[in-house]
Design a protein around this ligand. Structure first.
Ligand code: BES
Ligand code: ZN
Ligand code: ZN
Length: 468
């Protein structure tokens, strides 16, 4: 199949060395007041007239050609992410150098990252592309790592932002193939009816009503080190199937492959940074469509691992396709298996769009992810695999129910469902992400979003005991 997807389109790099640079003074609001006292009366008046107080996102050009960017006060910064990017994005095109030190509650690396992330624009369908300001790499930053993180985020956003007419299972497979190609990874695909002969019945059942055949993408990379397995929900569009979603809920469902987009972003970072581990990425890529051969409410499916599942809502399709992929993952040894999925509306109700909730079998794993969140500017929060709720996913006539009535603890029951397939022996973490930025924020343009992957990347050396 042709390899054509422009993986990192929209990524804005650091300014090339030798660019003509302008200086930025980035000021905490109190530090700005101190600085202002030492300036000429003319300049003081100038800034007063402009009502410049160095609030977060405020920018002003000084007569000598320098720019001042406001960073507000510490108490205001604690409520935001990427405060440098809040002003940086407002600067005219050009190359800029940070000429002073940031307040010590800010991480230079993450503020730089915010500026890279904020420069991204999704331009596939726009004839005119806006130029973005670029930052010169300051001393003491891990440029390769920041660049890799920003490229991974661009990849994730590109995959999610591309609408389902151009990002169906075929295109998702092509994009995964392009990424595998980029890093010399190996990729295998189980396509269409082969899903039946090779025993992935639920991936087939969910995806069989769509024009583009359902498939399981299986990418592997690395020869030595611990085995990490990533599983991402690749529902390229979720109509809800026969239990059709209302229009208001369907509108955003091109993002239902956000789990796949996130694991591919994470895979990019792992491979680009050449982490000493063996990686496997499994993506069930399907469209949950409506047609005469669609699976129905009431159907009982038999999963790859032999468990039977009563379908009580065809809109709870993500757990079905992930189940077969997780069952495959459990057939070979894995030191850690992580799934990522836009799995439930309940996860959004619980924690809102900016926080990535996750379930970890081991408390120590949850702690490590929590500790990695702040330094990676990637908030995550644990929810429980509450075993007593197992009864909620057990219907009368089959082993499992894909959509328990009542709707209590919807994110937890979905996670418990997945755990049945991950295998008892597996160290398992599951992320139920939103993968979307509904209203633009500094470093986070509106649209598809990576969630949890920088926290995972940052925690990986501890999680897998990698050499540091
Ligand atoms: N893709 C949706 C979940 C979703 C909706 C994620 C909106 C993010 C934003 C998923 O396939 C779904 O529809 N889940 C149902 C499950 C229910 C029928 C048990 C849900 O959460 O309502
Ligand atoms: Zn659904
Ligand atoms: Zn879905």
């Amino acid at each position: 199949m042709a390899v054509s997807f422009d993986l990192f389109a929209g990524f804005v790099d650091f300014a090339p060395a030798g660019s003509e640079v302008r200086d930025i003074l980035a000021f905490d609001a109190d530090a700005f007041d101190d600085w202002l006292r030492d300036q000429t009366i003319d300049l003081q008046n100038w800034l007063k007239l402009a009502d410049f107080k160095a609030g977060i996102g405020q920018v002003i050009l000084l007569p000598d050609g320098r720019w001042i960017l406001g960073l507000g006060r510490a108490i205001a910064r604690a409520r935001e992410r990427f405060v440098l990017a809040a002003g940086f994005g407002k600067l005219p095109t050009g190359a800029y150098r940070l000429a002073n030190e940031l307040p010590n509650d800010l991480s230079l690396d993450m503020e730089n990252l915010g500026c890279l992330l904020g420069g991204y624009r999704y331009g596939r369908y726009k004839n005119k592309q806006a130029q973005q300001p670029q930052l010169m790499l300051p001393q003491g930053c891990d440029a390769d790592r920041l660049k890799t993180m920003a490229m991974a985020e661009a990849l994730t956003r590109n995959l999610i932002n591309t609408p389902a007419n151009d990002m169906g299972p075929d295109a998702l497979e092509q994009a995964a193939a392009a990424l595998a190609d980029h890093h010399g990874a190996h990729m295998n695909v189980v396509l269409g009816d082969a899903l039946l002969t090779q025993n992935f019945p639920m991936i087939h059942a969910v995806g069989r009503a769509a024009e583009q055949a359902p498939r399981l993408i299986d990418m592997t990379w690395g020869n030595t080190g611990p085995q990490l397995t990533l599983v991402g929900k690749g529902v390229c569009f979720d109509t809800g199937g026969l239990d059709l979603k209302p229009a208001s809920a369907m509108g955003l469902m091109k993002k239902d492959m956000g789990g796949a987009a996130n694991v591919l972003g994470l895979a990019h970072m792992i491979m680009a940074l050449n982490l000493p581990l063996r990686l496997r990425v499994l993506i069930p890529a399907v469209e949950n469509a409506v047609a005469g051969n669609a699976f129905r409410p009431g159907d009982v499916l038999t999963a790859r691992n032999g468990l039977t599942v009563e379908i009580n809502n065809t809109d709870a399709e993500g757990r079905l396709v992930l189940a077969d992929a997780l069952a495959l993952a459990a057939e070979s040894p894995s030191d850690l298996t992580i799934s990522m999925a836009t799995l439930t509306g309940a996860a959004r109700v619980a924690v809102g769009p900016d926080l990535a909730p996750f379930f970890a079998q081991q408390v120590a794993d949850a702690d490590q992810l929590m500790q990695a969140a702040a330094p990676a500017a990637d908030p995550v929060w644990p929810l429980p695999f509450h075993t007593p709720y197992e009864k909620m996913i057990e219907p009368d006539i089959a082993d499992l129910d894909n959509a328990p009535a009542g709707g209590f603890a919807g994110a937890i029951t979905a996670a418990l469902f997945l755990r049945r397939f991950a295998g008892d022996q597996t160290r398992y973490i599951h992320f139920d992400i939103y993968a979307w930025t509904a209203s633009a924020a500094p470093g986070r343009p509106k649209g598809g979003a990576g969630q949890g992957v920088r926290a995972i990347l940052t925690a990986l050396p501890d999680l897998l005991d990698l050499p540091k």
